[in-house]
Design a protein around this ligand. Structure first.
Ligand SMILES: Nc1ncnc2c1ncn2[C@@H]1O[C@H](COP(=O)(O)OP(=O)(O)OP(=O)(O)O)[C@@H](O)[C@H]1O
Ligand SMILES: [Mg+2]
Length: 284
């Protein structure tokens, strides 16, 4: 293996400090592991956009709500290290929980407003957990650039705002959603889907493309578009829609009249698995 694996903050810092003088651009891809082709695409982008690529693998308890899947979240570390190696990562930081939170964490980063809709209301405290751990990871790795997937569009917007508001010296680079052939966005949680779940899961992408099609062909009323999309989603009896929303792409506030570019985003439950996805759409 060429990739260096470190488990502690001190080792990560030591290793990065050695490389920083010569490797000018430090690239960073934060993940929760159970790596798939979407993560591989992030690492590949980081590889071509930096001299040194660090990947973190950390299932962050702070971003899971009570009753969520923190304990059963997949942790296939050996397989993940193979993916990192294959995609050309230089360093993997895979800390234990006690390494990231050795004492009671009493400092939190919270971005207001951007979490008011979409996933925010359904996962109280989630984005605060994400921004807090990403701020900590940025403090440890001190990357010049960090890559985030558009699959988690709200997360991407919130991280960008955090970086702007806190003057963090990191450039946030978005990566398009990597999908299966049938449109399903890759996600570590897809591993929870049994074969029947898997066969209905692409319905979310179909609802999003239906909505985008309506917007592109002149429908301006968000309510009309959402009504149709929900009809698509409820055709599947295993599927329980959580939200389906049309928001402005910057502030993530729901729009009534579609006048410019929007983000269409949805979350559904397929059996016991929660899936999210989104698309950009603009009226012609
Ligand atoms: N299909 C995908 N395409 C592009 N980026 C992705 C995709 N899936 C995840 N990512 C990105 O990978 C990074 C790490 O995400 P994470 O480790 O939470 O994986 P995940 O697939 O989102 O898992 P989960 O669904 O369990 O949250 C994030 O920036 C996320 O947006
Ligand atoms: Mg995720």
């Amino acid at each position: 293996m060429n990739v260096v694996v470190v488990r502690t903050v001190e080792e990560a810092r030591k290793h990065l400090a050695l490389r920083r003088p010569e490797e000018k651009r430090i690239g960073f891809v934060p993940t929760m592991g159970a790596l798939h082709a979407g993560h591989a695409s992030l690492i590949e982008n980081a590889r071509s956009g930096s001299d040194f690529v660090a990947v973190s693998i950390f299932v962050n308890p702070l971003q899971f709500g009570p009753g969520e899947d923190y304990l059963r979240y997949p942790r296939p570390l050996e397989k993940d290290l193979d993916v990192c190696e294959r995609m050309g990562a230089d360093l993997v930081f895979a800390p234990a929980v006690g390494e990231m939170y050795p004492v009671e964490q009493r400092t939190f980063v919270e971005v207001t407003r951007l979490g008011d809709h979409l996933c925010g209301p359904f996962r109280p405290g989630h984005f605060r957990g994400v921004t807090t751990v990403v701020a900590k990871l940025f403090g440890i790795v001190q990357p010049n650039r960090a890559w985030f997937g558009e699959k988690d569009y709200q997360q991407l917007c919130i991280i960008r705002k955090m970086v702007q508001d806190l003057n963090l010296p990191v450039e946030i680079v978005p990566v398009p959603i990597y999908r299966e052939k049938d449109g399903l966005a890759l996600s570590s949680r897809n591993a929870y889907l049994d074969s029947e779940d898997r066969s209905v899961a692409p319905v979310l992408f179909r609802a999003l493309t239906t909505a985008r099609g309506m917007i592109e062909t002149g429908e301006r009323k968000a309510a009309v578009v959402k009504e149709w999309a929900k009809r698509v989603l409820t055709q599947q009896e295993r599927v329980r829609p959580e939200y389906f929303e049309i928001v402005d792409p910057i502030e993530l506030q729901p729009v009534d009249e579609i006048a410019g570019e929007v983000r269409i985003a949805g979350a559904i439950w397929v059996g016991k698995t929660r899936l999210i996805d989104n698309l950009a759409a603009s009226p012609r």
